[in-house]
Design a binder for this molecule. Structure first.
Ligand code: FAD
Length: 507
């Protein structure tokens, strides 16, 4: 029987593993940590629960798809409900307007500023929707196997039609006059660790997706979705091996043929790599195998562009705060300076941050009368700033705490902290092997996107595939779920299907 190894039980690894196991192959999933989910993990103190990484659920249909594609009803695995208004925004030191995905509320917000801004907003929505439609069909939901998949007149024309050469911010300025309204549509590029001031304008699809498809909450927090993926994989007959770090991939004649665990080789017909691409290249794919071209040698990998990282503070509180929304965003007074500092490797004096308060809608995150609060502040990745220590962490978190107290109206917060844990980029690096602690992986610049991002099928060896945030199509849970699907479909194109299986899942 054909045996496949998937390395890493992050969202990308779980998604690929489900597609492959459902297609009838035997899949072994290896994870170095003691839990599945990767960054979609959970801190469980016994009293408080925290999602470690992702919290904002967008594109709910993609969350459902891996279940329906594998033949079951997603409703039997996890529960989602729509949040609206989905985020409270704090600008210039005080609460601004809530963000809503209801057209009547949106009209009130934009018309409240000016009818030109409302008209501009509708034009933005229509323009960006068309670009999204193009991007989805020609770039996101397909993998690039050979150069001809990209370097052909049709795809190049579509790339041109994406009009992605200006920055998100410049592009928004064409539609809107109000700086505050522009900010409300610009900050979302930070969800994938890229600046709105110099990231490609195609990422203006992120606020559009929030508005048109809504923002959702998964009951039990994000980790319950990772558990749902785990359950589906095991039901299909897949095997998960926790606490098992892979030391390297083995090759014979440029064909991946196994993995090394604790000095012992285990034979596999195919390896799907979910560990972060730059880390995998530098640590798991041996130079001697002759499968790394110059562009993937260690010094070139280290020269690649890495996304912005973050510090996350997890607080168990012995009280509740009714005025907080589930998602809350505080923007620095000078947002441009703040983002510029992040890109220059400076820890901001006046940090922007995002506060996630699931206890607002979910009693399972803390005991009665208590609550759990997660605060994420974007910070430089470790390539640009490598000076985290106890004092630095304390000083930076104090800056966040003082603004939480004064601007989010939590003056007594420090008196109610019952549990505290902080993750810096160093923790994201050591816990998940994320290169430079860049929580969103390789930065999605034009030269690291689409055809130029690491492919799902590795071009320089056979039987090796990649699924994950630093591979195609990119970071963010729905996009990484798609990466797992694309990698699995590339495997299915190359391997004979198991006896008795039809092609339907693989096409
Ligand atoms: C703080 C934070 C907030 C975020 N917020 C959002 C959000 O709100 N919405 C959203 O959609 N996305 C969000 N994201 C992004 C999203 O979480 C990621 O893009 C996605 O989870 C990445 O999945 P992955 O499978 O690529 O990687 P990972 O989750 O990193 O999985 C890779 C796995 O490989 C394992 N591994 C590594 N090396 C080895 C080895 N040698 N042997 C075995 N196993 C190995 C790791 O332990 C890990 O489990 C956030 C991320 C972070 C960190």
């Amino acid at each position: 029987m054909t045996k496949l190894a998937v390395v890493g039980a992050g969202v990308g690894g779980l998604s690929a593993a489900i597609y492959l196991q459902a297609a009838g192959y035997q899949v072994d999933l290896f994870e170095k940590n003691s839990y599945i989910g990767g960054k979609m993990g959970r801190i469980d103190t016994g009293k408080y629960r925290f999602d470690v990484g992702p919290t904002i659920v967008m594109m709910p249909e993609i969350y459902r798809q891996v279940f329906s594609d594998s033949g079951v009803n997603p409703d039997n695995y996890f529960q989602m409900s729509r949040l609206n208004p989905f985020m409270d925004v704090y600008l210039a030191g005080k609460k601004d307007r809530p963000l809503s995905s209801d057209l009547v509320d949106i009209t009130k917000t934009y018309e409240g500023v000016s009818s030109q801004d409302m008209a501009g907003f509708l034009t933005y929505l229509s323009d960006i929707y068309q670009r999204y439609d193009l991007a989805k069909e020609h770039f996101i939901a397909r993998s690039f196997r050979s150069p001809w998949n990209f370097w052909n007149p049709k795809t190049l024309l579509q790339a041109f039609r994406l009009k992605t050469f200006s920055s998100s911010y410049q592009s928004l300025k064409k539609y809107l006059e109000s700086e505050d309204l522009i900010k409300l549509l610009a900050f979302q590029t930070l969800y994938i660790g890229i600046s709105p001031f110099n990231g490609p304008s195609i990422y203006n699809i992120i606020p559009m997706i929030e508005l048109l498809y809504g923002v959702w909450y998964i009951q039990g927090g994000m980790y319950s979705y990772a558990q749902a993926l785990e359950r589906r994989f095991k039901e299909l007959g897949g095997q998960i091996h926790l606490n098992t770090a892979i030391e390297s991939v083995t090759f014979t004649n440029k064909n991946a043929d196994g993995i090394m665990i604790a000095g012992v080789k285990h034979d596999y017909d195919v390896v799907v790599m979910n560990a972060d691409f730059p880390y995998a290249m530098n640590h798991l794919i041996p130079d001697q195998a002759g499968v790394k071209p110059r562009r993937y040698q260690i010094e070139k990998i280290n020269q690649m562009d890495y996304a912005i990282s973050c510090m996350v503070i997890y607080l168990g509180l012995d009280r509740q705060y009714d005025h907080l929304n589930v998602h809350n965003l505080r923007m620095a007074e000078d947002f441009f300076k703040n983002i510029d500092e992040l890109e220059k490797g400076i820890l901001p004096d006046d940090p922007s941050f995002y506060a996630y308060y699931p206890s607002k809608v979910d009693g399972s995150m803390a005991p009665d009368g208590h609550s759990s609060l997660y605060i994420l502040a974007p910070v430089p990745n470790l390539k640009d700033f490598d000076g985290w220590n106890e004092q630095q962490t304390k000083d930076f978190s104090q800056k966040v705490f003082s603004r939480l107290a004064s601007e989010l109206d939590l003056p007594d917060l420090l008196n109610h902290i019952d549990y505290q844990q902080i993750y810096t980029p160093d923790d994201f690096k050591s816990e998940f092997n994320s290169a430079y602690g860049a929580t969103f992986g390789l930065k999605p610049t034009l030269l690291q996107s689409n055809y130029f991002r690491p492919h799902n099928k590795y071009p320089y060896a056979q039987k090796l595939y990649f699924a994950g945030a630093s591979a195609h199509p990119g970071a963010g849970v729905p996009i990484v779920l798609t990466s797992g699907e694309l990698a699995a479909k590339e495997v299915m194109r190359d391997l004979p299907l198991p006896a008795g299986k039809s092609r339907s899942l693989s096409e």
